[in-house]
Design a protein around this ligand. Structure first.
Ligand code: FES
Length: 98
């Protein structure tokens, strides 16, 4: 379904998506890594529990909210991958410390 552009970077970095190591092109977003991982969803909505995957890839839809390196509610499409980054499923709404 997804292909890289002909001018994509050939260097890759290893990230962990839902516990699985994955090599992704350097400079990609965490959302791209999620899509490359082939998951059925990366989060469920807080109200209905509907499954979601990154959609707009430009910070508008918020369907890519996920946990990145232990921090919940990150917009994966706005976060570039880094070596060893851990991307994990977010369940419902995040906890907000009071
Ligand atoms: S994919 Fe739409 S906000 Fe990230």
């Amino acid at each position: 379904m997804f292909r890289t552009r002909p001018d994509h970077r050939t260097e890759t970095v290893q990230v962990i998506v839902e516990g699985r190591a994955l090599m992704v092109p350097e400079g990609s977003s965490a959302a791209a890594a999620i899509l490359l991982a082939g998951l059925a969803s990366i989060r469920e909505t807080a109200v209905s529990g509907s499954p979601r995957l990154p959609w707009c890839m430009m910070g508008i839809c918020f369907d890519c909210l996920t946990e990145i390196d232990g921090v919940a509610n990150r917009q994966a499409c706005m976060v570039p991958v880094a070596v060893g980054m851990r991307i994990a499923r977010q369940h419902g709404a995040r906890d907000v410390p009071r």
